[in-house]
Design a protein around this ligand. Structure first.
Ligand SMILES: [Zn+2]
Length: 155
């Protein structure tokens, strides 16, 4: 119902939707509207900061900030989470999961997948998803990855 309302509200501007990253594949299959995209491959944004951590910690001005690259948060188990600046002036940041998402072998033919591979894996990832949609096997798998909520069992 919410998707239908969104379609009506947006009219011709509606181009599609992406299922929540917090849904399992079984929950996505239960949707009556099958036209959404399943985020299946790429970096997972886990948090958007309403403030600038550089400004808060170093009391600097975002406009003249000397920290122009990404920064990393390391948790107590030594996992590194990249923080990426999305806007420089009055900046905001996004934090990404320590492992990229890869849908693994549970993805199904006919699914509409949103994939955001890094530049080094472009060809392998496109070939992998073409194989899935042709019901062929593929041995592509990133070295380290998570399947996120996609492979979790639904209660
Ligand atoms: Zn800033």
């Amino acid at each position: 119902m919410a998707i239908q309302s969104l379609r009506q509200f947006c009219g011709n501007l509606f181009e599609g939707f992406v299922y929540s990253q917090e849904l399992t594949l079984n929950e996505i299959k239960d949707f009556s509207d099958k036209s959404g995209y399943i985020f299946a491959e790429g970096e997972i944004c886990i948090m958007t900061f309403a403030h600038c951590p550089v400004q808060v910690n170093y009391k600097c001005n975002c406009d003249t900030c000397k920290y122009k690259g990404d920064i990393f948060y390391t948790d107590k188990t030594n996992r590194k989470f990249a923080l990426k600046r999305k806007k420089v002036y009055n900046c905001y940041w996004e934090m990404y999961n320590c492992l990229p998402l890869s849908g693994g072998k549970k993805l199904f033919k006919g699914g509409r997948y949103l994939i955001k591979p890094n530049d080094n894996d472009l060809q392998q990832v496109y070939t992998h998803y073409a194989a899935i949609n042709a019901s062929k096997t593929s041995d592509y798998q990133p070295k380290e990855y998570t399947t996120g909520h996609l492979s979790k069992k639904t209660n």
